[in-house]
Design a protein around this ligand. Structure first.
Ligand code: PGA
Length: 248
């Protein structure tokens, strides 16, 4: 029972390409109990929504969201808009948004809270910047998890998935080692246990993300404490993504 989040980022340029990719994934054989979440750019959400079936194992997600419900917020997309278009998941706090758009832990927390209150599943991304930071990984991820989840009730935490994404591994072709990814995932679990207790953490999904491809995906998902993967570039290549799905 694994979760595969496909973050299409800004790789897909046309609605035609978005539809084609969604059709291929929807037709793929997915292991019973596992789920795939397609996260297209906002402008293609509704096209993809018309292809993925809410009842099937392929679901719709968004790459970001704004925390206010409506108003004068140029360029932003609200939770209601996402929900109305059929999105069930939203990625929050991706390092590319933290890095290029200046998203702070406080903004990430507001987005997380608002999305959870509206009933969406939140994929909260955390991770260290440099590979050399290995020793500080526990402290860095603990802080991001604590700040991202501040004020989230033990009821709503059930809809949170945490993606461990070391920033140095994203889009570089250099994935983390399965052992280090597992250590970080276990540390994330410990942090959530400290915040919410062991019962909550039993149902928590922790994913790995960063240069996942068909050759390395099994080494991550075969680890007991890693519940799935967040795939960027490789999820936009039909052949490669189908190979990934075969290995889940
Ligand atoms: P990548 O991206 O698979 O292209 O490295 C992962 C991510 O950003 O979530």
């Amino acid at each position: 029972m694994k979760l595969i989040v496909a973050n299409w980022k800004a790789y897909i340029a046309t609605e035609k390409a978005a539809r084609e990719l969604a059709i291929v994934v929807s037709g793929a054989k997915i292991k019973k109990g596992s789920e795939v979440v397609l996260c297209p750019p906002f402008v293609f959400l509704s096209a993809v929504a018309s292809i993925v079936n809410r009842k099937s194992s392929v679901k719709l997600g968004a790459q970001d969201v704004f925390w206010e419900t409506q108003g004068a917020y140029t360029g932003e997309v609200t939770i209601e808009m996402l929900a109305k278009v059929g999105a069930l998941f939203v990625i929050v706090g991706h390092s590319e948004r933290r890095g290029y758009l200046g998203e702070t832990d406080e903004m990430v927390n507001k987005k997380t809270q608002a999305a959870l209150k509206a009933g969406l599943n939140v994929v909260l991304c955390v991770g260290e910047r440099e590979r050399e930071d290995q020793k500080s990984v526990p402290a860095i991820v603990a802080e991001q998890v604590q700040r991202g989840l501040a004020g989230v009730s033990s009821q709503l935490i059930k809809k949170v998935i945490i993606a461990y994404e070391p920033i140095w591994a994203i889009g570089t072709g250099i994935a983390d080692t399965p052992d280090d990814a597992l250590s970080a995932a276990l540390y994330i679990r410990k942090t959530v246990t400290d915040m919410y207790g062991a019962k909550v953490v039993a149902g928590l999904k922790v994913l790995y993300g960063g240069s996942v491809n068909a050759s390395n995906v099994a080494s991550f998902v075969n680890q007991n404490g890693i519940d799935g993967v967040l795939v960027g570039k490789a999820s936009t290549d039909k052949k490669e993504f189908l190979e990934i799905l075969k290995k889940i």
